[in-house]
Each structure stands twice: as C-alpha cells, then as structure tokens.
Design a protein around this ligand. Structure first.
Ligand code: FDA
Length: 392
C-alpha cells in the first residue's frame, strides 16, 4: 500500500493550492482526481480568464448558516496575498468591475502556477484516479482509489460541490463528511439562471438575448447588475446573484430602469414630443423589444401626448417594479456553485479540520460557505486551502 503524510482529494482550485502549501512545509503530499486534467473549473472560469479574486472580499460577500465562520481564513490569507502569488508567477492581470481581478491572458496560467507550486514541493498528482471510500486506518486514514489503497496521516477533502456534473462534480465530499458523522446542510444550485413557466415564457421569449442594467430583488436583498432575457427565463449577473437568495414559490422584483424616474422623464418628454408613439418614447430609455413589451404589459397604447399622468405612473410601475415568479432554476447543469455543504459548526475555522475527526479537513466549495459572483468563490478556495495547508 502507498503511504503519504497528506492525501488531498480533488485537484481543483482548493486542492491544488492546499497541496502546494503542505508540500512547501515538507509534507509528503499526494493529490488525487478522477479527471484527466487538473483545475478544469479554473480553465472555464471568468470566460477563460479566471476571475481569481476580488479586492472587496469580506464575510458579507458569502452565504453560510454561520457567516462569521469564514472570517478567520479570509483574514489570514487575503485577496492581496493571492495577488502577491500571481505577481510572483509573472501573471499579468487587470481589474474589470470594481475589485474583480482577471488574468490578462488565459486562466490556464493560474492552474500552471498551482501545479508548478505543488511539483516544486515534491507533491505527486494522480489524475484519472477515482476516489471510492475514506476510512479510518491504524495511523490516520485508508483511502480506496481506482489505483489501489493509500494510507495517509491526514486527508484534505477538496472535491467541490455538485455543480456541472459533466465537468466531474460528484458530491463525494458530502458523502465522506456524512460517513464520519458530520452534518451536511441542505445543498442547492446557486449562481444559476432562473426558469419560467410556459405561460410566462411566451411574453419574454421574443426578448431572448437582450441584456440591460437592472436592480433585482428578493425580499430585502437586491443587486444592481445586468439582467439577460433567455429562451428559458432570465440570466445575467444580477439574476445569478439573486438565485443564491431566491427560493421556489417566491417572486423576484426587477427594476428595469433603476437610474431614471420614468414617469417624470416621460411627462417632461410629453410636452416636447408628444406626437410619438408611447413605445417609441419608451425606446429612448430601454431596448426596443423591452419597451414594446412593457407598454403592452401596462395595457397601454397610442401616442405619448394621449397619456395622463396616471397612465405614465402605470407604465413606470411596469418598468420599475416588474414582479415575476420563476418556477425553478437551470439546476446543477449550469450552476456556477453549490449553496450549502459541510456544516461549518463541524469544522475548526482556523484550520478547516473536522472537530470530531482529527486529521480530516474540508476546504473550498464542499464547505457551507458560498460566495457572490465576482471572484469570491475562488478567494474562499485559496483562503480555506491556505488554512488547511498550514495545519496539516
Ligand atoms: P472544484 O470543483 O474546482 O474541484 C473539485 C475537484 O474534485 C475536481 O477537479 C473534480 O474532478 C474532483 N472530484 C470530484 N469528485 C471526485 C471523485 N469522486 N474522485 C476524484 N476526484 C473528484 N469562481 C470565481 O471565484 N471566479 C470565477 O470566475 C468563476 N467562474 C466560474 C465559471 C463556471 C462556469 C463555473 C462552473 C464556476 C465558476 N466559479 C468561479 C466557481 C469556482 O469554479 C468554484 O467555486 C471553485 O472551482 C471551487 O473550487 P474547489 O477546489 O472547491 O472545487
């Protein structure tokens, strides 16, 4: 039987980084993944440029049953600490929207940096090797894999969540946690497009492909980010963000023109160019198709000059307060992340070690810490991996 000090399960963002950190500290490390290549999600992230962190990282950018859990790891290995690694590797980057950092070149540079780091430390990377079970052994753990059993003093579970099964997501980490008696919170697809019932789709389908700035809210939570109409419902950054907060049966409210008082603007225009059709006037503020659909939804027609203030208020309501009840989401097939995971109450916030199972660690997406869109999920992967890497 092969043996090592630290066996890392999963060669994604968290697993690769933790392995490099543990190897730097002189640990004999083996990383196992059933995929043929490491870092598959890094490769496709950020449209191929990997939004690898966000300078606005803080616990308020994460969802968890215990939002304070992430504080320790995030403050001990920060966005700036990761940027220092990126700089040291000579990877050029830029800040896109406020705080969001992307590679100038390709996301592969990040994977190459991580794999280079673990190889420098002498860690082994076993690819195309499925992990089957993890059990307690005489001194640590025995892990059954497609390439035989491995004995390890410590095991770091970095197998990610359930999102995008086509890319290798299996939910194995949750089963490992449960087999050791650790609780797993409810899991659901997050950062995911929302879908509509057929009767609602009929109205929005002609706008598929149209994107516009919006303010999207569920209850008291709101995001000012673009919305995209799709053939199945809604997507775009604002919808992905709100999907982490939305639950079946709830309505979302979208303000399709958040920076304008539409009723006032149209009333002013009525005095100057009242002869134009109402939907033409509205198309001065919104994409054509959205303007025509909004006028129809408000039950109005005719020229701008024919509209009373009350009717303009009615139209403004349809634009500023569009309420819709999605029936579901596109699910794990397209979700960027999994909400929920290994209960943080079962883990030590400083080390990511299971409180009741010395030597067993959980890091990255498998833990019940889920970031907003914008580089926060990778930062959680780096921070939690660093914490475990210093402790094993
Ligand atoms: P990750 O999923 O990366 O790695 C888990 C590894 O475990 C995989 O390599 C998998 O093959 C392996 N594994 C699973 N089951 C196994 C088994 N049974 N046996 C062996 N191996 C197994 N985030 C962000 O911050 N910025 C961004 O730009 C993006 N962009 C983005 C785009 C898209 C399309 C997606 C789907 C996701 C993102 N994300 C993102 C989210 C980000 O990719 C995610 O949060 C991290 O990859 C999580 O890192 P982990 O290492 O925890 O899991």
């Amino acid at each position: 039987m092969r043996s090592c000090d630290v066996l890392v399960l999963g060669a994604g963002a968290a697993g690769l980084f933790a392995a490099g950190e543990a190897a730097r500290r002189g640990r004999r490390v083996v990383v196992i993944d059933h995929a043929a290549r490491p870092g598959e999600k890094i490769r496709i992230s950020g449209g191929g440029r990997c939004n690898f962190t966000n300078f606005a990282t803080g616990p308020d950018r994460f969802l968890s049953e215990n939002p304070r859990f992430a504080v320790s790891a995030l403050s001990r290995f920060t966005a700036r600490d990761f940027v220092a690694r990126i700089d040291a590797a000579g990877i050029a980057w830029h800040e896109k929207a406020a705080g969001q950092l992307f590679c100038d070149g390709s996301a592969r540079q990040v994977t190459d940096m991580l794999v280079g780091g673990l190889r420098e430390g002498g860690a082994e990377l076993w690819l195309s090797t499925a992990v089957e079970t993890v059990e307690r052994g005489a001194e640590g753990f025995r892990v059954r894999t497609a390439q035989g059993e491995v004995a390890a003093r410590a095991v770091i579970v970095a197998t990610g969540g359930k999102s995008i099964p086509k890319m290798g997501a299996t939910g194995l980490g949750y089963r490992i946690a449960q087999s050791f008696g650790l609780r797993v919170t409810e899991t659901r697809p997050a950062l995911v497009p929302l879908t509509f019932a057929d009767q609602d789709l009929a109205g929005v389908r002609p706008m598929a492909g149209v994107s516009l700035p919006a303010r999207i809210a569920v209850g008291k939570t709101a995001f000012d980010e673009p919305l995209l109409f799709t053939h199945r419902g809604l997507s775009g950054p604002g919808i992905l963000q709100i999907s982490s907060y939305w639950r079946e049966g709830e309505e979302i409210e979208a303000d399709l023109l958040p920076s304008t008082d539409l009723a006032r603007a149209l009333a002013a225009l009525r005095g100057q160019s009242g002869r134009q059709a109402l939907h033409t006037a509205l198309a001065g503020f919104l994409p054509d198709k959205v303007a025509a659909w909004s006028v129809a939804r408000a039950g109005l027609s005719g020229r701008l000059a024919d509209q009373s203030n009350a009717r303009l208020d009615q139209l403004a309501g349809a634009v500023h307060r569009w309420r819709i009840k999605p029936v579901g989401s596109e699910g794990y097939r397209t979700a960027e992340v999994t909400l929920g995971g290994v209960d943080t109450a079962a883990l030590d916030a400083r080390t990511m070690q299971a409180r009741t199972v010395p030597g067993l660690y959980f890091i990255g997406e498998v833990v019940d810490v889920t970031g907003w869109l914008g580089g926060y999920n990778f930062q959680w992967a780096w921070s939690s991996a660093w914490a475990a890497g210093q402790a094993v």
